[in-house]
Design a protein around this ligand. Structure first.
Ligand SMILES: Nc1nc2c(c(=O)[nH]1)N[C@H]1C(S)=C(S)[C@@H](COP(=O)(O)O)O[C@H]1N2
Ligand SMILES: [Mo]
Length: 247
């Protein structure tokens, strides 16, 4: 037990240090510390490499990256974005934030960028290694300044299951602030293609593939996921998949 506590507290220190660029807003945020102190962090500290995904070499990149999940959106909204090269697309960010925002792709491309070669693991049993580039989610969160009510980050997508249920996902602040959690704009050096989630998708290399929401249009910062959609924090979670999908 002593060793467990030691591991947990050193993880907390690493995470807190990793958060320092976020500024005082999140470090002063009581619910953020609440998440770090929770029993779940203790459990996560015992899994794998202290919460960091493995990074790969350029020569490890798979030549083809499988496409999976629902069909690429083909409605008027998405078609319009495609036709104008996503120049009218805005990533809406609101909820428990001091600064509501609607970021253009150009604005996202001007934010600090991260490129990392990671492996995507689908729960269905396939994996693919890709070079993902984009804006670390903590950079975006820092820009909108979550309030002390912030607890979860919800990603609403532009696709649906064909019966009208929208794809969505969520992370808690702990996972959202993990330094490798990325709002991806690029795959293997090229702008994200429509089938892989253009113009903006989530890439969470520490979690199973279904957490990495494609075609993200709206990010909501919320105190609770209970009242949203099926209440379990994601399209697949609402069908019974685990909300915490750490690998
Ligand atoms: N919006 C949206 N995001 C999604 C999905 C989806 O159906 N819709 N499928 C998920 C699953 S199960 C996987 S494995 C990956 C697949 O990403 P890829 O098509 O880039 O391989 O996207 C995830 N994100
Ligand atoms: Mo998946």
């Amino acid at each position: 037990m002593n060793r467990r506590l030691f591991i947990a507290s050193s993880l907390t220190a690493v995470v807190a240090a990793g958060c320092s660029p976020i500024g005082t807003t999140l470090n002063d945020n009581a619910s953020f510390h609440g998440v770090l102190d929770s029993a779940e962090v203790l459990n996560r500290a015992l899994i794998g490499t202290r919460g960091m995904a493995r990074l790969y070499k350029p020569s490890d990149i798979d030549r083809t990256f499988r496409v999976n999940g629902f069909d690429t959106p083909s409605d008027a909204l998405y078609d319009g974005f495609l036709r104008d090269g996503f120049s009218t697309y805005r990533l809406i960010v609101d909820g428990a934030v001091r600064v509501r925002a609607a970021f253009s792709l150009a604005q996202l491309n001007r934010m600090p960028q991260l490129d990392q070669i990671t492996r995507h693991d689908c729960v269905e049993g396939w994996s693919a290694i890709g070079g993902w580039g984009g804006v670390p989610l903590h950079v975006l969160l820092s820009a909108v300044q979550p309030t002390s009510a912030a607890r979860y980050v919800v990603f609403e997508c532009m696709d649906n299951d064909g019966q009208g249920s929208r794809y969505y996902e969520s992370l808690d602040l702990h996972e959202a602030l993990q330094p490798q959690t990325l709002l991806a704009l690029r795959l293997n050096g090229a702008a994200l293609d429509p089938d892989h989630g253009a113009p903006v998708r989530l890439r969470v290399p520490t979690q199973l593939g279904y957490k990495s929401a494609k075609w993200v249009r709206h990010i909501r910062i919320v105190p609770s996921i209970a009242g949203l959609y099926g209440g379990k924090g994601g399209y697949w979670e609402d069908q019974g998949y685990a909300w915490y999908a750490g690998i």
